[in-house]
Design a protein around this ligand. Structure first.
Ligand code: SAH
Ligand code: SF4
Length: 414
């Protein structure tokens, strides 16, 4: 069910230790939506027909905006801090800029333009699903907040009754809908509607950080690119969002994970990213062999398991970093003991430092699979562990509000 406005004040002000994020956008700055095009400042590009968004521009582009206005380069740094570290949402509130400069920016059609949370659904388990208003678009995108309760006193003075979580995960979307067409996933039913811009991807993160007054650098926050869409089919915008979040907002790429259904050219590009901005990698394996995988994930016919694993071998891992194989357990289809043995063999033969994240299938209307019994899931996990493969179980979060993995489809009737 939709719930009301945020209960916590957005972080802001000079005392905040958080970093804010970027947004993309572009008015004058048009970010290519899905290709290798460079970002250009182009005063003919408008958001919402008439306004130009600063959010989404990185420090270099903000410097160009400032330069065009005859301002020194350090003004761009102030602006980037306001957008991505203080999370200021309105131009008049950017108090580090002189009033006349704020007025001039507004006169020239600039606005902050950060995506806003339009609707909130809250689960009994504390998970929240958001519909976030995109930039210059009338549709919404989905993001999810998953707080973890604390198991007792933290002992570091950080207890706070208004902050009933010790760590949290934010899950964001990279596209509206998805073209990949996995048979078990509700998002697939939408088809691909559009790619999100870098500002729309990073903007989901900042909007959620602000809603929960997260303190970047202090709070344990993980970010997963596992919402709607296939990030590696919107590669440039996805990575531009990561760079904004790391370079401008101060988030750590070691606490970010991107999940792909196995888009080999995307994995190959990802392998070339510098470690300072490369998130961790998760591969949606979801089946014990190519025959079953091609049934449940038709993309496997284009890039079968061996091709995916080969591409993953090209990613130079940081010390102690592991590849995650995600594995959705579909009752009777991928959850048998013999499947566990095959998965264990496959992972061990890959030679990759890896772990397996098991996810019991989350049901969706019109999808004909079954959720396995908890005992079956645990037996599968134990079989992997016994075969020497680290395996974890992902708890379903927010199933009641359609926030769980594979359930994102802008289901307004939560
Ligand atoms: N497109 C990317 C990332 C988004 S999907 C990908 O497929 O990896 C994120 C994860 O949710 C994937 O591992 C996917 O296999 C899983 N998933 C999709 N539908 C699901 C469902 N109904 N129940 C459980 N997990 C699901
Ligand atoms: Fe797309 Fe991922 Fe869903 Fe497959 S599981 S349809 S790749 S969002």
């Amino acid at each position: 069910m939709p719930i009301g406005p945020p209960q916590r004040k957005p972080a802001g002000g000079e005392s905040s230790t958080l970093r804010a994020d970027p947004k993309c956008s572009i008015l004058t700055a048009a970010v290519a939506s899905d290709s290798t095009q460079a970002v250009h400042l182009d005063s003919t590009a408008f958001i919402n027909g008439s306004r130009k968004s600063l959010f989404g521009l990185d420090a270099g582009l903000l410097a160009e905006v400032m330069k065009e206005m005859g301002q020194p380069a350090w003004r761009a740094r102030q602006l980037a801090d306001a957008l991505y570290r203080q999370w200021i949402e309105e131009l008049p509130l950017v108090s580090t800029l002189p009033l006349n400069l704020r007025d001039r920016l507004a006169d020239e059609g600039w606005q902050v333009g950060r995506p806003k949370i339009a609707q909130v659904f809250r689960s009994a388990d504390g998970t929240e699903r958001y519909l976030v208003q995109g930039q210059g678009a009338t549709d919404t995108v989905e993001a999810v907040w998953m707080p973890e309760g604390d198991d007792g006193e933290a002992g570091d003075g950080s207890e706070d009754e208004n902050r009933p979580w010790r760590r949290a995960t934010i899950c964001v979307s990279s596209q509206v809908g998805c073209a990949v067409n996995c048979r078990f996933c509700l998002t697939a039913k939408l088809g691909l509607q559009r790619n999100l811009s870098a500002g729309e991807i990073a903007g989901q993160v900042i909007a959620v950080l602000a809603r929960h007054a997260v303190e970047v650098g202090r709070d344990r926050l993980n970010l997963v690119f596992m919402g709607m869409g296939e990030p590696f089919l919107n590669y440039d915008n996805f990575m531009a969002a990561v760079r904004l979040l790391v370079n401008e907002a101060g988030l750590s790429p070691r606490r970010m994970t991107v999940s792909t259904s196995g888009i080999v050219p995307g994995i190959e590009r990802f392998a070339q990213e510098p470690p300072e901005v490369r998130p961790k990698l998760a591969i949606s394996l979801n089946a014990p062999n190519n025959a079953v995988r091609s049934d449940v994930m038709p993309i496997n016919r284009k890039w079968p398991i061996e091709a995916v694993v080969d591409a993953v071998r090209g990613v130079k891992l940081r010390p102690r970093e592991r590849i995650t194989f995600e594995y959705v357990l579909l009752g009777g289809v991928t959850d048998r003991p013999e499947h566990a043995a095959e998965v264990a063999r496959l992972v061990r033969r890959s030679g990759l430092p890896a772990k397996v994240n098991l996810i019991a299938w989350n049901p969706g209307p019109g999808i004909g699979y079954a959720t396995p019994e908890p005992g079956t899931v645990e037996a599968f996990r134990q079989a992997l562990i016994a075969a020497g493969v680290p395996a974890y179980l992902r708890k379903p979060r927010g199933r009641d509000i359609y926030a769980a993995c594979g359930q994102l489809k802008r289901t307004v009737e939560g």
